[in-house]
Design a protein around this ligand. Structure first.
Ligand SMILES: *Cc1c(COP(=O)(O)O)cnc(C)c1O
Length: 398
């Protein structure tokens, strides 16, 4: 695809594609192979030395996966992309690349539960100091920066309460302090359709490809995106030598298939979520709604500036508390109780006992993640049906 000015939906279908010269297949075939043969020893030597292009072994690269990497890079506006086996594979591959013992990392305290566990219980075992702060407060970042800070890590909107950080302001502040510090943004909730952190000043982006990018609830996957040199290091060290969290060609094929409808799906997710957020906001049995598209939401103004629409995740606090939240979930008929997000089905979960159980109850309190918080991943169903189901659930609380 030569035209860089194509629209997002066109790129999601065409960017990165390679014409199959062998059989002229329209769809990228699944190159389900671990290794690739060399015509002679010299060819193998040249490929290992990086003097000749071509594939060697699927842990280092694979034709099906490469097409997906180039497509996701085009969508995110990144120089390069490496596909990995999961979102946590992306987190661990990037940190093993960026950090060594003696370094310092600043991370937001509100994160996907297992990312928090990786940083809080994992990386710290290897001599890396991690400070958890609120990245929506620039003064806190200023205070936390140190000469040995190697990376600043944030999610915006954050999991599970959609907290918004100002990517431009954070990146400027950090780079003014020291330009080598990597600002890394987990863009899973927003997706490349709604927000492009690299264009806003971040150095690298990670995604759980399990969620909206694949979109069909049948794959675990991840991506790391950024400058060519850096992605090369992630591929040839963080991934190849450290985590080995390689995406399989079949997973790459499924995500390529999912991406054909990416723009259509995202528009529907966002439209449905906005309607559900409005419905919940006026509901007498709801204390508070967390959705970046609501004027009442704390991060609304920054979200307006840095996001195209506001995504498919809505969180809310049920009046009463934990027991009421759980009873609501247990009463629903259409919305499925499940973690994960970004699928066609509406999924609903209780962060305190599920996705955010790696946080202790004190840590949950510190992050303002209440025991009555419920998170909905709004699906692609007809929105009236989702609202009717929630209404039924609320009626069971009376
Ligand atoms: C799911 C998720 C992850 C982890 O991704 P996996 O593919 O499950 O490993 C990381 N960050 C966010 C924001 C997520 O929602």
């Amino acid at each position: 695809m030569e035209n860089k000015n194509y629209g997002f939906g066109t790129k999601a279908i065409h960017a990165g594609n390679k014409k199959d010269k062998t059989y002229q297949a329209l769809t990228m075939p699944i190159y389900q192979t671990s290794t690739f043969y060399f015509n002679d020893c010299e060819e193998g030597g040249r490929k290992f030395a990086g003097e000749e292009e071509g594939y060697i072994y699927t842990r280092l690269g694979n034709p099906t996966t490469s097409v997906l990497e180039q497509k996701v890079a085009a969508l995110e506006g990144a120089e390069d992309c490496v596909a990995v086996a999961s979102g946590i594979g992306a987190v661990s591959s990037i940190f093993w690349t960026m950090c060594k013992a003696g370094d310092h990392v600043i991370a937001d305290g509100t994160l996907y539960g297992c990312t928090f566990a990786y940083l809080n219980h994992g990386l710290t075992r290897y001599g890396v100091e991690v400070s958890f702060i609120d990245t929506s407060n620039l003064d806190e970042i200023k205070k936390a920066l140190k000469p040995n800070t190697a990376a600043v890590y944030l999610e915006t909107p954050a999991n599970p309460n959609l907290k918004i950080a100002n990517i431009t302001a954070v990146s400027e502040l950090v780079h003014n302090y020291k330009k080598e510090i990597m600002v890394v943004c987990d863009n899973t909730f927003a997706t490349p359709y709604l927000q492009n952190p690299l264009k806003l000043g971040a150095d690298a982006v990670i995604h759980s490809g399990t969620k909206y990018l694949n979109g069909h609830g049948d794959v675990i996957a991840g991506f790391v995106l950024g400058k060519k040199d850096f992605i090369n290091q992630v591929r040839l060290f963080g991934l190849k030598d450290m985590t080995g969290a390689v995406m399989g060609p079949f997973e790459a094929f499924l995500i390529l298939r999912g991406l054909k409808t990416f723009e259509l799906r995202m528009d529907r997710h966002c439209d449905n979520a906005m309607k559900i957020a409005n419905y919940l906001e006026q509901h007498p049995m709801v204390d508070k709604v967390f959705y970046p598209g609501l004027k009442s939401f704390e991060g609304y103004e920054i979200a307006q500036k840095q996001m195209r629409k506001f995504g498919g995740i809505v969180a809310f606090e049920v009046k009463g508390g934990r027991a009421e939240g759980i009873k609501l979930l247990n009463s629903l008929k259409l919305c499925t109780i499940a973690v994960s997000l970004g699928d066609a089905e509406t999924l609903i979960e209780h962060p305190a006992s599920m996705t955010h159980s790696p946080y202790s109850s004190e840590e949950l309190k510190e992050q303002g993640i209440s025991e009555s918080l419920v998170r909905i991943s709004v699906g692609l169903e007809n929105v009236e049906d989702i609202i009717a189901d929630l209404e039924y659930g609320f009626s069971c609380l009376k």
